[in-house]
Design a protein around this ligand. Structure first.
Ligand code: ZN
Ligand code: ZN
Length: 373
């Protein structure tokens, strides 16, 4: 994927029909989609208020007057046949939705995004014969990316790679963490990112021992390990990568930390492929780090799915129950954090393919921030 050129279209209109098959399996007749990311996934609508009713026959999207034009325009652009109903108040929208639920239907609600107040309203309106909590129905569909989504994820990864290529040599000029973070963010925007994927992490020296340190005014100096974890956003799709650099001469422990994490990351990627339990990917990383005696210094899960949100299904951790499938896009990001030495984390985003996996993150894993040559 080059950082320019036309992105392949996304098959948005295929998503609701696929979801309907999952509704039958979940023993509901219709689903009220209230998670805004899920609404976007199914319709293309990106507004900040909207609910989508998915029945066997129809899609009904309710929103407020701010989106009277945007909602139908985005759905049409995505090729999705949806009835858009604008209501001034939630109660108005509730009545529209309730009227569209077939009588006697079992209506699924998205348990993770319905508040107690919402539920009380739904219980008052005639929203079908029974309200049924559901979990992860749209999220499971979202985990498998189509060609257009993969194109956006690859573009976002390529922009992050290119930005780090520009910025990494500056690590030798004694910048502060904040300066490095700002420069990365600016460079990604200049290279075509719509935004950053999440708040950029630049963690140097002792700050590196904190896996999610926020950049501060610490100056990066020789002897430091510098963890840089960041990504770009392209048309709603996130990238996520981490590289760790050594500045000048680092000590033997720091060098060994780097080598062990590098080996652990490669071990995780080596086992990733279709049909593989994500916890086995986690175990492959963890075994290498445990063999080095640092099991307790790897304090987080190995990875996560990446898509319309930065952390999504499938999860890649010790207690994960997911199995990888073609089209899954996940990170593999083991780390070792030692108070007296700093931190090392190396993270690639990978695409699971029919035969194994391939990285979307292509930045080299050389710890020296050499000038480009
Ligand atoms: Zn990351
Ligand atoms: Zn990550």
């Amino acid at each position: 994927m080059s950082p320019d050129g036309v992105l392949a279209p996304m098959a948005v209109a295929d998503r609701a029909p696929r979801l309907r098959e999952a509704l039958a399996a979940a023993e509901v007749d219709a689903l009220l989609v209230t998670d805004l990311t899920n609404v976007r996934y199914l319709t293309g609508f990106t507004g900040s208020a909207g609910r989508l009713l998915v029945t066997a026959e129809a899609l009904v999207l309710t929103t407020d007057g701010r989106y009277a034009d945007q909602a139908p325009a985005q759905a049409a652009a995505a090729g999705v046949d949806v009835e858009v109903a604008v209501g001034a108040t939630l109660a108005d929208q509730d009545r529209t939705l309730a009227a569209a639920v077939p009588s006697g239907a079992r209506l699924g609600l998205e348990a993770a995004s319905v508040t107690w107040a919402d539920l009380r309203r739904y219980e008052r309106e005639p929203f079908g014969s029974e309200l049924v909590p559901t979990e992860g129905l749209v999220e499971a569909a979202r985990a498998v990316k189509d060609v257009g989504e993969i194109d956006r994820l690859a573009r976002a990864a390529a922009i992050a790679d290119a930005a780090l290529t520009e910025v990494a040599p500056r690590l030798l000029d004694r910048p502060t963490e904040t300066e490095v973070g700002l420069e990365l963010d600016f460079t990604m925007r200049r290279l075509g990112a719509d935004d950053v994927s999440f708040e950029t992490i630049v963690a140097s020296g002792p700050n590196g021992a904190l896996p999610h340190h926020r950049p501060d005014d610490r100056t990066i100096v020789p002897g430091d390990l510098v963890v840089i974890d960041f990504g770009a956003l392209v048309e709603g799709y996130h990238s996520d990568m981490t590289r760790t650099f050594t500045i000048g001469d680092v000590d033997a422990t720091q060098r060994r930390m780097y080598d062990v994490v590098l080996e652990a990351q490669a071990a995780g990627v080596a086992v990733a492929g279709p049909g593989v339990a994500t916890r086995d990917v986690d175990a492959a990383c963890r075994e290498v780090i445990a063999a080095a005696g640092w099991e307790d210094a790897f304090t987080h899960g190995t990875g996560h799915g990446v898509g319309l949100v930065i952390h999504e299904d499938p999860r890649v951790g010790r207690s994960s129950t997911a199995t990888l499938a073609p089209g899954h896009v996940v990170t593999v990001e083991p780390g070792v954090y030692l108070v007296d030495h700093g931190g090392v984390r190396i993270e690639d985003t990978i695409l699971v393919t029919d035969g194994g996996c391939r990285p979307l993150t292509l930045f080299p894993k050389d710890p020296t921030p050499a000038a480009p040559g």
